[in-house]
Design a protein around this ligand. Structure first.
Ligand code: PMP
Length: 353
């Protein structure tokens, strides 16, 4: 870093993304991407959009918003599209947690919440999950700031019922409650249909997982119009053309290709159940997951050692050297071929360590 950088960035520990290896062809199960390519229709629309690249995109993304509003049965004013859901989360922290705000989130959850909270100088109220990594909705009643929950949670894969989520929303009339539903298409029930019922609920979604568009960077926030206008204030103060023409076009295609989307979600869920069963059969402890990854450990083996042994065998998974979860590895659910390779490598690795 140079001597010129502002203190805010000098002192902040940034988010550390999972490895994106450029050398060996790994079985890549470390960043929760889809093992399936984007919908062919999505790619066709993206290719067509390349032709107009001399022009800025429509900053309102009117066509995408209109398709999404119909798909999710909400009004167009209820949606704001972003460059991946990380950008929606960035907007949320900028809007509600900067300058003396407080962010309330779990001790074990998506690591970017803490990074954004630190970046915007928010107070952090970190609430430990229960011993079994479940989240107690009652711990969030009348919280002292903006509540951010991932549902299903990452990296545990555990899910809350919509009733539990809505209890948190109802018991926080004076706080914004942000529900990050990055993995909701793989299990659990969304609270998106309830955005009109509450003036403090924001649902954040991504196209990176179930819609195979991690590389296109598409996400969105859904909420009542006033909250969306808050987030628009951040967008139009930072990056009005936040999605490329190609990404917006691909997102339309991905939304319209419903059969492809449903088929892929089904396959992932079925592969997840297979992986869970096989790993348990091989002696692993595997949490029940409602996401496109599983969180697993093997008694007596450190998570880091397991991660390294799997890497040597050509399988990349994610390990977090953090209190409470350092024994675990997070494994993305891939294709059936990937899953079989993972189960074989993991079964061998624990015998060799
Ligand atoms: N929320 C959660 C819980 C995640 O795991 C991720 C993926 N790392 C994101 C949001 C961000 O995903 P994206 O920016 O690709 O939409």
């Amino acid at each position: 870093m140079s001597k010129f950088i502002s203190d805010r960035f000098r002192s902040n520990s940034p988010y550390v993304p999972g490895e994106q290896p450029k050398d060996t062809a790994y079985v890549k199960l470390n960043t929760n991407e889809s093992p399936f390519p984007p919908s062919a229709f999505a790619m066709k629309l993206a290719r067509e959009a390349v032709g107009n690249c001399e022009l800025y995109p429509d900053p309102e993304y009117t066509s995408l918003v209109s398709v999404a509003a119909e798909k999710f049965n909400v009004k167009e004013e209820n949606l704001l599209f972003t460059n991946g859901s990380d950008e929606a989360l960035n907007y949320v922290f900028a809007a509600y947690c900067s300058e003396g705000g407080t962010a309330v989130f779990a001790d074990i959850t998506y690591g970017f919440y803490e990074v954004f909270a630190n970046l915007y100088g928010a107070e952090k109220k970190i609430i430990p999950l229960r011993e079994d990594f479940s989240l107690n909705a009652k711990d969030y009643a009348s919280a002292c700031g903006t509540v951010i929950i991932a549902n299903p949670n990452a990296p545990t894969g555990k899910v809350l019922s919509p009733e539990e989520v809505l209890d948190i929303v109802k018991s926080n009339k004076n706080n914004v409650v942000v529900v990050d539903e990055a993995y909701i298409d793989f299990g659990g029930q969304s609270v998106l249909p309830y955005i009109d019922d509450f003036d403090n609920l924001i649902v954040v979604r991504t196209f990176s997982k179930s819609r195979s568009l991690a590389g296109a960077r598409v996400g969105f926030a859904a909420a009542n119009e006033s909250l969306i206008n808050d987030l628009k204030a951040v967008k139009y103060s930072t990056n009005p053309y936040n999605l490329s023409r190609m990404s917006a076009a691909a997102a339309i295609g991905a939304l319209l290709d419903e059969d492809y989307f449903n088929g892929n979600c089904k396959k992932i869920i079925s592969n997840r159940e297979y992986m869970t069963e096989k790993l348990r059969g091989a002696g692993f402890t595997v949490l029940d997951s409602s996401a496109n990854f599983v969180f697993a450990k093997y008694n007596g083996v450190k998570g880091k050692d397991l991660y390294e042994a799997l890497k040597k065998k050509g399988v990349l998974v994610r390990h977090f050297e953090k209190p409470r979860i350092s024994d675990f590895i997070r494994i993305t659910v891939g294709s059936m071929e990937d899953t079989v390779a993972l189960v074989k490598a993991a079964t061998e690795a624990v015998k060799e360590i």
